[in-house]
Design a protein around this ligand. Sequence first.
Ligand SMILES: [Zn+2]
Ligand SMILES: [Zn+2]
Length: 117
Amino acid sequence: MMNLLSRHMEDWSTPQYFCFAIRCEVCGEFWYSSSIPFSKAAQAADCLEKKELYDAIYQREKVRAKLAAGKEARELFSQCPICGRLVCDSCFLICDEIDMCRECACRMKERGEPVMP
Ligand SMILES: [Zn+2]
Ligand SMILES: [Zn+2]
């Protein structure tokens, strides 16, 4: 699941903040992770001769921010076991036999309630 999430994660980070987005493959809505400030944003802008140093710190913090975003997303997205797509909780249904996305449920005429109505 983490691999699937990280493959779908889009990088929306700026030089000041780390932020990632994931798009539900059923409804197409974007979800954005909580943005995490880059701890050295002010110093990096002031001290250009140390750009490489701050770039390295930025990359290190970005890796951590991406992991945190993945953990956050894991609570809100599921992989449909039928079509294999990554879907948000509003599009993921709890059905009798097996939980699945609403498009698969509709195609197979399965009934279910969304995880997040
Ligand atoms: Zn959705
Ligand atoms: Zn599906």
